[in-house]
Design a protein around this ligand. Sequence first.
Ligand SMILES: [Zn+2]
Length: 679
Amino acid sequence: MNKFKKIASFFIMLFLSISLFNSISTSASTVNRLAGLNRYETSAKISGNFTTSDVAIIATGKDYPDALSATPLAKKYNAPIILVKGDILNVEASNELKRLKVKKVFIVGGTSVVSNNVAEEIQKLGITIQRVSGNNRYETSYEIAKLVGTDKGAFVTTGMNFADALSVGPIAANLEMPIILVNSSNQGKGLNINNTYVVGGETAVPNNVVSNFKNVTRIYGANRYETNKNLVSTFASIINFSNAYIATGTDFPDALAGGALAAINNNPIILTAKSPNTNTIDIIKDNNISNLTILGGETVVPTSTVNSLLSASNTNTSLLKVHYIDVGQADSILIENNGKYALIDAGNNEDGNLVVNYLKSKGVSKLDYVIATHPHEDHIGGLDDVINSFSIGKIIMPKAVTTTKTYEDVLYAIKNKGLTVTTPITGDKYSLGGGNFTILAPNSTSYDSLNNYSVVVKLTYLNNSFLFTGDAETLSENEMINKGLDLKADVLKVGHHGSSTSTSQGFLDRVNPKYAVVSVGKDNSYGHPNKTVMDRLQSKNIKVYRTDESGTIIATSNGNDITFNVSPGSYNGNTDTSTNPGATTGDIRITNVDLVNEIVTLKNYTNTDINMTNWKLVSVEGNQVFDFPNGYIMEGNSEITIASGKSNGTLKWTSAYIWNNDGDRAELYDASNKLVSYK
Ligand SMILES: [Zn+2]
């Protein structure tokens, strides 16, 4: 999914002439100022990045609506946008059409904005013409949307003002969604869009207009600056913050040029007033932006404004960010603070480029630490690409060996770069920017399951902490508990993609997080995450963020509070059918076995009461049998616990310790001695 290349190759339009006349570089930040003279020459110059193109888009350079809404169309046809003056085909445009050997041109807008004369002159060059237009800018945007396609959804903004459409431009381009312009009398009816982002508040896009669209997410703020901020934070995970384009929020010509330039590199557009709004400052701070490209001259964005933005970027080094990169059914996590970076895992083999590009988009050139939790493909698959693409400080890997090609590739990349591997030792502490992380596992030298070799680390930043567990299973969780390690953390990366092998009740109680993140693929074949695990998180009121529902998740800590770039996800999980074969005599299942606290939970999934006389609960490892009391009735839809050791439950088995903490299977037999559930 190399969107960057796709965008860079297709996208190119542009409006104002760009003369780079001011470039300041400090150790922390770079500022470039772009100011323009002739937008037509520049548009031709930028289309010059194409060697040939069968298709080109022609739009007027005199106003913003057509050119802004044409951007996704240009992407669809991998075509440049060439600006014309409206009534004549300027020589720069004509020369470009010839040089590119264009066969077909989409003219965006009606004859009042791009005249028939221009169309005829283009036809004289032997080029086929398709005019995409309606009676006004709104209808033109609907016609463009039909050509672009709305399968992935659309952005809806007011056509009365450039600001919102401009902020959304690079984002819409990246998501391959059209920009639909509306006002109170042009409401976009009948477009049949199933997934809609409405940008702007009720005054900009009234509710009665919104009701014409389905599955609407409204992104808005009290003013254009806050709308800009909320838009950027909603799509933070797909935006490249290594540079930002700064435009005045009060007029469009300079900003139009920046819109397209920003889209090329997927950088954000940030609108500012002369005295920057607090929301503008927040965007700079929240996203650690230190490199700015200023659109327009001193009269539109004065140096005093730039200095205010820069001082915001300099005070921002105190934020710590954790990016749970969406790599499907796999793990890859980037941690950053104060210009220092650590990567935990790198996704599957095919995720290598995705991870490398993501890191580059966040400004990474050196990874101070790389932690390969364990040698399964969904954790180290993309690691060879990462090692080959960045300067690497320390690489931490467990002493676990497999014979896969994936593992060999990683070892080869390490050797080839002259790196040595650091073995994780519980208690070892490493500093990262203003924070540090401590190794908590593995705690044995050999395990049956590779998952239990997982390096578990706890990251501490001032008063906040994050726990990363790889695919560590209950056995490793119990080792950490039994060693008395400090497991408490604000955010838990849920072990093993939410599998029932991990996140035991005892472990979850020790970590006691406020937030949990599940890195998991949509509709994966493993049935992750498991319903029991999700139920456990829900019953402790832990907010859950999941990559299958929200894509990449970014947690930001200021040392005291943690915020997320997306809203919490669902507690939906799959019933693990392998541990619940169902019942013949009644649907009672073992839903949880807490080996440490010696509590087994059973649930009656039916509406009827079940007599459990002669039923048995068996500890397979301990070879112990619990006989249910004669005449014991388990009520319909109820849950009961059977406790041993020091614990109390609905039923007390014995004060002896029954369950083997290193793993023990619980089996439930009905009155006819038939196995009805095990876990
Ligand atoms: Zn895994």
